[in-house]
Design a protein. Structure first.
Length: 378
């Protein structure tokens, strides 16, 4: 992880692990799995399991409170009404309330995680393709089809986000116009839903001196007072790149200003992983078309030629690199790389004749002809 501690870590209710996290990751937000707590809680409720009013108060403490005061009032009401102040489990849960109530987890990124059981989502994804009689070959082929379908769906969503944008529910809203430009279509709809909920407000005039008017704005459902600051766009510190349209583009450009406190090997490891992610995205994008595959291949070959020349010049100590002649020589280098490698011309060793070696009968015929010619001369 580049010698950086995680932002948020989820564990079960284990006191030993909780104490270790405080020592090893003092700046990490420690959270408990709310799904596990919800499944384990009924075993401690006893007769209150059938009480709907108690269930409503408990669920509100888990996910329905918007402020610390609201959580405290709801918890005190639940403890007082059902006389459970001596219950050890409830006292323990109140002690670690910052780790499971969504009211206290708003300041840290959780990605909606509620359970550590990855098998639940995995089983849902692989439903219908795997059972006790499924062979390994059949499972492998079915799994590849599922992965291909997910990637195709991702490409379709990327194309839809780049080709158009949703219609905003409120015209001339600077925040919504900004959100529709940066967020994906799905994330924008979620953002717009939360934005519309904030419009249900009540207001009253407090002061009016003729030039300026002061109003008090409150929510209809809650007694929270809103601070109006004339914000027309989403501040950068609240925009997470993973939810934007540019989530998969320019990862190294996005991370280049991050300084890693680790050693050189760890920095290089993070860099390699980022570059492999960029290359993998390019390959997946262009694999479905011949022209895009050719373009990707030529681009990578050109880049390799430039890198080889740059490395050679760095070894020679040249400070500046002239890339003007790179494009003209790429084709020549490519032709040289593609030339077939043939055997060298055959060289005859010294003292070896070029004639074919004669057989036994050919040698006998030559000797007999020599004897006949010598007899005629005599």
């Amino acid at each position: 992880m580049g010698n950086r501690p995680p932002i948020t870590i989820f564990t079960d209710q284990d006191s030993a692990m909780s104490n270790a996290i405080k020592v090893v990751f003092p700046t990490t937000h420690h959270r408990l799995y709310l799904w596990h707590i919800s499944k384990n809680a009924p075993s401690h409720f006893g007769s209150l399991n059938s009480n709907l009013e108690f269930q409503k108060l408990w669920k509100k403490c888990c996910t329905g409170c918007e402020s610390v005061i609201e959580f405290q009032e709801t918890w005190d009401e639940m403890i007082r009404r059902y006389d459970i102040s001596d219950n050890n489990w409830f006292n323990l849960m109140y002690t670690v309330r910052e780790k499971w109530s969504t009211m206290f987890t708003k300041g840290s990124f959780t990605a909606g995680i509620k359970s550590s059981q990855r098998s639940e989502s995995t089983n849902n994804l692989l439903t219908g393709i795997a059972n006790i009689t499924t062979s390994l070959t059949h499972f492998s082929l079915a799994y590849e089809n599922i992965v291909a379908g997910l990637r195709s769906k991702e490409l379709d969503e990327d194309f839809r986000c780049k080709q158009g944008k949703p219609v905003t529910a409120v015209k001339y809203s600077g925040i919504l116009e900004h959100a529709v430009k940066i967020y994906t279509c799905k994330m924008y709809m979620l953002f717009e839903k939360e934005f519309l909920h904030s419009l249900a407000t009540l207001w009253r005039e407090v002061t009016n001196d003729g030039l300026f008017c002061t109003y008090e704005v409150k929510e209809e459902a809650n007694e929270r007072v809103h601070m109006c600051r004339n914000v027309t766009s989403i501040p950068n510190q609240y925009i997470l790149k993973r939810w934007t349209k540019e989530a998969k583009r320019g990862m190294m450009l996005y991370e280049k200003n991050i300084h890693f406190p680790g050693n050189k090997e760890e920095v290089e490891l993070v860099w390699r992983h980022s570059m492999m992610r960029i290359a993998s995205n390019l390959i997946y994008k262009c694999q479905g078309n011949d022209s895009t595959r050719q373009m990707c291949q030529e681009g990578l070959m050109n880049l390799e030629v430039k890198l080889d020349r740059q490395l050679a010049r760095l070894k020679l100590g040249e400070a500046h690199v002239d890339d003007n002649d790179d494009h003209g020589n790429v084709a020549k280098d490519k032709e040289k790389d593609e030339m077939p490698l043939l055997d060298p011309p055959h060289a005859r060793p010294k003292g070896v004749r070029n004639a074919r070696i004669k057989g036994h009968f050919e040698k006998r015929k030559t000797k007999s002809s020599i004897k006949i010619s010598s007899t005629n001369i005599i």
